[in-house]
Design a protein around this ligand. Structure first.
Ligand code: FE2
Length: 347
């Protein structure tokens, strides 16, 4: 009840704020009438240059100015995010667990939008409408086919085979991408089996842990590792030549061994509870979802549904993706971190 009252008060405040903004823009608009002096502050943990062009398109289409402020995800998902200056209207995060956690800490307001409900599959958005997936990326084994036959890896469990001893490279456990992969394994097979999985996985690693997926791809291309686990867009960017000729040459020596089913992760966004411009903010999130195909393509990700039209991604063929909810991965995040720590998957 207290919460409901809070919501009513918040909604009333939001309405007053937006009416005030509207009144100010009508009074001071040099053009009069239609022109709007609106702007939104978008805090993003997506650090991809291609996003900026995309946001410029939204500005052109709507006349709403986007102030893009890049920040680290772990800062953005805490309550601290509501005290930032300038105030956040929209927060964009990468990783399912972070989005789920952000909702739990109360940084996102529920929004109701038929467009968002229709276009974002239910497992890739918050059931209470506080955040919505924007793009998909898969965490996949990549192999050097001269060393490993990709058809011998059809599940994440296959990476624990003794035949791969000393041949597997892994990124550190600090990355949320690996945490969500382990959370996914817990969801599929429970903590006991996942504990064994992590132990066996670590046992196959001889080299120091990597701090980036790009470095892992280079290492597999060079033959320093035979197998690694990476997000699809890192490979797509390199095979597509986005990172230069040298990276392309190495990435072209690497192929994906698709697990069946494959673990999906997302980037996503929500409108903050304290947004001074909630309507414009919602319009922005809707724009990203409505144009997810182009938004994703620019960074070699998959759109929020379907496989898109990027030729590099198309060349990888089809796959079977798991439909575990992003919220479930968020709930299992703490258990995943605990398991990783207990088996020495270092930071
Ligand atoms: Fe990334």
């Amino acid at each position: 009840m207290v919460q409901a009252n809070h919501r009513i008060v918040n909604a009333a405040l939001a309405m007053i704020t937006s009416l005030t903004t509207l009144a100010v823009s009508i009074v001071f608009s040099p053009m009069g009438g239609k022109a709007q002096a609106q702007e939104i502050n978008v805090y993003s943990a997506r650090h991809y240059n291609t996003d900026k062009d995309f946001y410029a398109q939204f500005e052109d289409d709507t006349g709403i100015k986007v102030n893009l402020l890049e920040s680290e995800g772990n800062v953005l998902l805490s309550r601290q995010a509501l005290g930032v200056n300038p105030p956040a209207d929209v927060i964009i995060l990468v990783d399912a667990a972070r989005l789920a956690h952000g909702a739990e800490t109360g940084i996102f307001r529920p929004i109701s939008s038929p467009d968002l409900l229709a276009k974002v599959p239910s497992h890739l958005r918050d059931p209470e409408g506080r955040w919505f997936g924007l793009t998909r990326r898969f965490r996949v084994p990549v192999v050097n086919p001269e060393k490993v036959d990709p058809s011998t890896i059809t599940s994440y469990g296959d990476l624990t085979k003794p035949a791969l001893k000393g041949r597997l490279c892994l990124r550190n456990s600090k990355t949320t991408y690996n945490q969500s992969l382990v959370a996914y394994q817990i969801h599929r097979m429970g903590e006991v089996k996942t504990s064994q999985f992590v132990e066996d996985l670590i046992a196959n690693v001889d080299q120091p842990l990597f701090s980036s997926d790009g470095d892992q791809i280079r290492a597999v291309g060079r033959g320093d590792c035979d197998v690694a686990l990476v997000n699809t867009y890192y490979l797509g960017q390199r095979q597509g030549g986005d990172k230069g000729a040298e990276d392309k040459a190495l990435a072209d020596k690497v192929v994906i061994a698709w697990p069946d089913p494959v673990h999906v992760n997302i980037s996503g966004a929500g409108v903050t509870t304290t947004s001074p411009n909630p309507e414009a903010a919602q319009q922005f999130v809707e724009f990203l979802v409505n144009n997810s195909a182009d938004y994703a393509k620019a960074n070699r990700e998959y759109p929020i549904s379907g496989t898109g039209s990027d030729p590099v991604l198309q060349s990888w063929g089809t796959f079977n993706e798991d439909n575990v909810s992003a919220r479930t991965l968020g709930r299992l995040n703490a258990s995943a971190i605990r398991l990783m720590e207990s088996h020495g998957w270092g930071q």
